[in-house]
Design a protein around this ligand. Structure first.
Ligand code: APR
Length: 233
């Protein structure tokens, strides 16, 4: 029998217990750093050093962080399901936990890209991307991040994966940022939908089974549930 297709759609909450702050919870990142000062093309035009500094802090924290039980539970599901992770996170904790197919909708903090040739993407060696670090064409490198107001290049590929999924697990996202938040609507009505988040979901998620827990407890519990349901098939 073919393995069922399971998509995990994750947000900042899955990495919260690895010590990485979320964006919109109390004391979230956007409270301390206004979006329009650090995460838009206009911010980059106005004050690129400030933008580089903001992402250097994020990169240093990611490099120091470790995957938690939620990332590991998601990776372990590959033994039982055909798993695709679609994440809004810019950290690499899903990969480090062992997930083999991870799509980063909003970019990756460990990568930089050219400001004249968006296809030139290169690893950042260490925590800092500096003013003066240039691509082979001589232009300043920028963080490989999708900023507010920029297109999300992976959105169609992500929608296709979700449209074909037998199960969708949404974990640790406030579902406030589009187009990513709209992805859940591509799920087939007959497919199972689970949500892991300590907070109540937006109204569009009414049909989800809600695991109202933190990810490090909720994700392993949900994984056990999904695996034991396989033997009932
Ligand atoms: N376990 C699971 N969920 C948690 C935990 C936890 N330990 N702690 C917080 N959460 C939940 C919150 O209840 C909230 O629903 O994680 C979610 C975090 O929401 P946001 O801070 O809005 O993060 P996210 O949804 O990933 O943001 C989407 O917005 O700012 C942009 O580009 C950024 O990718 C990000 C996007």
């Amino acid at each position: 029998m073919r393995k069922q297709r399971l998509v995990v759609f994750s947000g900042a909450g899955v990495s919260a217990e690895s010590g990485l702050r979320t964006f919109r919870d109390a004391d979230g990142l956007w409270e301390q750093y206004p979006i329009e000062e650090v995460a838009t093309p206009e911010a980059w035009q106005r004050d690129p050093r400030k933008v580089l500094h903001f992402y250097d802090l994020r990169r240093a924290q990611v490099l120091a962080a470790l995957p938690n039980a939620a990332h590991r539970a998601i990776a372990d599901l590959e033994e039982w399901f055909e798993v695709d992770v679609v994440t809004q996170n810019i950290d690499d904790l899903h990969e480090r936990a062992g997930s083999s197919r991870v799509m980063h909708l909003h970019g990756e903090i460990t990568l930089a890209r050219s400001t004249v040739d968006p296809t030139f993407v290169t690893p950042v060696n260490g925590p800092s991307l500096r003013w003066g670090d240039r691509c082979p064409l001589g232009s300043q490198l920028r963080p490989h991040i999708v900023w507010f107001g920029e297109p999300v290049p992976m959105i169609e590929a992500a929608a296709e994966r979700i449209a074909k999924a037998d199960l969708l697990v949404v974990v640790g996202t406030s579902l406030q940022v589009y187009p990513a938040a709209g992805l859940v609507h591509y799920l087939h009505p007959a497919a199972a939908l689970h949500l892991v988040d300590p907070m109540d979901p937006p109204s569009g998620m009414a049909r989800a089974r809600h695991w109202k827990q933190k990810a490090s407890a909720g994700m392993p519990a949900l994984a056990s549930h999904l695996i034991s349901a396989l033997s009932d098939r």
